[in-house]
Write a protein that binds this ligand. Structure first.
Ligand SMILES: C[S@@+](CC[C@H](N)C(=O)[O-])C[C@H]1O[C@@H](n2cnc3c(N)ncnc32)[C@H](O)[C@@H]1O
Length: 315
């Protein structure tokens, strides 16, 4: 059933039977976005149809929004258009771990020569790791076993700077992204020929982003391992990103036990963690957000990174 809902001035079109939507998260969506500043670069690993991503883009942030469910990405793009924020957002249809690794894939020669233009590189893989297990807050991907949609590789100007400049991608740029992410013509040879060698200024996301949103409460904590050794010390500029990780707290768990789990995953102390109770979902279960800055120990030395992934010895 296709319907339209409004949240704090943004309009969202969606099909309830195909995508995740929970109007009880409205306050949390706006509460988190209120912490973002115009010009900041945001990575939304589990973006759904965009209830964080679209208000953030409306605020003047540049958003890299990802979801494994192709229907979510379809409506995310529809909603970006309805709310006129297409120029501030790029949509990806990948597993969240792959998405983060993909964003960090640095073309060293481009960075070393400090070029302002870059080729679009095509990321391909044949398997979709699927988050399994029942949860009232998880929309299971509908098309399991298909191939990833191809994504884009960004490595020209920083997302931070680019967002401040409010880049206006040309219609052709946007068409390239649309073709990549909507899956319609990406396998088409003419299309590949058309975009190969195509150049335009893009955010250098591998050098800096400000916030990461992880709203998959049933499993987001398990995705934190992707940040161990993800960012390269040599290329990273400015402060480390703030991670906003949602989770369910059960009666046999405490904030301390969750923090211990996070610290064990990242193998370092988390300074100044902030816990926020989002809502109660059952008598013995509440949804929380843990916000914290990625610890400096998670940075990796350049030579230990191969193809955007940390080597075994660095983990
Ligand atoms: C709880 S919903 C959150 C959606 C939106 N951010 C919100 O606040 O309403 C979680 C989303 O994660 C997506 N998802 C599930 N597993 C995923 C994975 N492995 N990688 C990326 N997205 C995934 C689902 O399709 C769903 O849209």
């Amino acid at each position: 059933m296709i319907t339209e809902v409004k949240q704090y001035g943004a309009t969202f079109k969606l099909d309830f039977s195909l995508v995740y939507w929970n109007s009880r998260l409205e306050h949390e969506h706006i509460r988190l976005v209120s912490q973002f500043q115009p010009g900041e670069a945001i990575c939304d690993m589990f973006a759904g149809i965009g209830p964080f991503a679209i208000p953030a883009a409306q605020k003047g942030c540049f958003v890299f929004a990802n979801d494994l469910n192709p229907h979510s990405i379809h409506y995310l793009k529809v909603n970006a258009k309805i709310n006129k924020v297409e120029d501030n957002m790029i949509a990806y249809n990948m597993d969240a771990r792959e998405f983060m690794r993909h964003l960090m894939t640095v073309s060293k020669s481009e960075l070393d020569t400090d070029t302002q233009l870059t080729d679009i590189l095509v990321a391909k893989t044949n398997e979709i790791p699927v988050v399994k297990g029942p949860s009232e807050d998880v929309t299971e991907p509908l098309e399991t076993g298909t191939t990833y949609k191809e994504g884009l590789h960004y490595s020209a100007t920083t997302a931070h700077t680019a967002a401040k400049r409010r880049p206006r991608f040309s219609r052709e740029d946007k068409k390239a992204n649309d073709d990549f992410t909507n899956g319609s013509s990406q396998r088409d040879g003419n299309f590949k020929k058309r975009i190969r060698g195509y150049k335009f200024p893009l955010p250098r996301i591998s050098e800096h982003f400000d916030h990461v949103i992880m709203n998959l409460p049933a499993a987001a904590l398990q995705f934190l391992d992707v940040f161990k050794g993800l960012l390269q010390r040599r290329y990273w500029k400015g402060s480390l990103p703030l991670l906003h990780c949602y989770f369910f707290l059960r009666s046999n768990e405490t904030a301390e036990s969750i923090l211990q789990e996070v610290e064990a995953t990242l193998q370092s102390k988390i300074p100044d963690p902030v816990f926020h109770r989002v809502r109660d979902v059952a008598p013995n279960k509440a949804m929380f957000r843990l916000s914290f800055r990625l610890p400096v120990e998670s940075l990796v030395e350049e030579e230990k990174v191969k193809d955007g992934k940390p080597s075994e010895s660095n983990l």
